[in-house]
Ligand binder design. Structure first.
Ligand code: QAP
Ligand code: CO
Length: 202
C-alpha cells in the first residue's frame, strides 16, 4: 500500500474527466487500496481517483469518524439507509439513476484544504456501478453518505464543490487561495510550536 499525492485546486488536472473502467484489473484494485490508505491518512471521508491524478471513474468513501475528531456524524446520527451500507465504499463507474429532494451541508474537500462552504445537493439518491471485485452494485442512500457520493462523482466529471457556490462565494475562495495559497503541514507545525512557546513566555 502507498500514500498518494492529492492534487490541490486550481491544478488543471482536477478538470479532467474520469474514463469508464472496462474491467477491474489488479492494478485498479491496488489503486483503490492506496486511495483508501491516503484518505484515512488525511482524515478524509471521500476521495476520487481524479484527485490523485488518475483519470478513471473510481471513488472511495468512509464516513465513519476517524481518530478523536468529532467533525463528522457519529454512529447514532446515521440514518437507517446509511446504517445498512457496509463501509468503506469502493465503486467504479458510479452513476446516479434516481435523485429526490434537496439538502444542504457545509462541505470541504481534500483538494481545497481549510475551506468549507454550504452546498445544496439531492437528499436521496440511487447509485449503480461496480464493486472492488467488478461485480454490479447498487446503493440507495441519504444523509452524509449521499452528499459525499455526489461530491465525489462531481470530481469524476472535473467538478469541485466551489463550482457549485454562488459566484460571490466561489470568487472569494479562489481569490484567497491565489493570494495566500494553502498552509503546508510544516507551517501548521510551526504555528503550533510558536503558540506553545508563547504560552511558556506568558
Ligand atoms: C467530501 O471531503 C465531503 O479542509 C470529502 O483540512 C466533505 O474528506 C463530502 C478534509 C463534506 C461531504 C461533506 C478537508 C480534511 C477532508 C479539509 C473530505 C482538511 C482536512 C475533506
Ligand atoms: Co473533494
Amino acid at each position: 500500500m502507498a500514500i498518494l499525492d492529492i492534487l490541490k485546486f486550481p491544478d488543471s488536472r482536477l478538470r479532467h474527466k474520469g474514463k469508464k473502467v472496462e474491467k477491474v484489473t489488479p492494478e485498479l484494485e491496488k489503486l483503490a487500496d492506496d486511495m483508501l490508505e491516503t484518505m484515512y491518512d488525511e482524515k478524509g471521508i471521500g476521495l476520487a481517483a481524479i484527485q490523485v491524478g488518475v483519470d478513471v471513474r473510481l471513488l472511495v468513501i468512509d464516513i465513519r469518524p476517524q481518530g478523536d475528531e468529532d467533525r463528522y456524524d457519529l454512529e447514532e446520527n446515521l440514518t437507517d439507509l446509511e446504517k445498512a451500507v457496509e463501509l468503506p465504499i469502493v465503486i467504479f463507474n458510479p452513476e446516479i439513476t434516481k435523485k429526490e429532494g434537496k439538502t444542504k451541508y457545509d462541505e470541504g474537500c481534500l483538494s481545497v484544504p481549510g475551506f468549507y462552504e454550504t452546498v445544496v445537493r439531492s437528499k436521496y439518491i440511487e447509485v449503480s456501478g461496480l464493486d472492488k471485485q467488478g461485480k454490479p452494485v447498487e446503493y440507495k442512500i441519504d444523509g452524509l453518505l449521499a452528499i459525499c457520493m455526489q461530491h465525489e462523482i462531481d470530481h469524476l466529471d472535473g467538478k469541485v464543490f466551489i463550482d457549485r457556490l454562488s459566484p460571490i462565494k466561489s470568487n472569494r475562495i479562489k481569490a484567497k487561495i491565489k493570494k495566500f495559497g494553502y498552509a503546508t503541514s510544516d507551517e501548521e507545525d510551526e504555528a503550533e510550536k510558536e503558540k506553545e512557546e508563547e504560552q511558556v513566555l506568558i
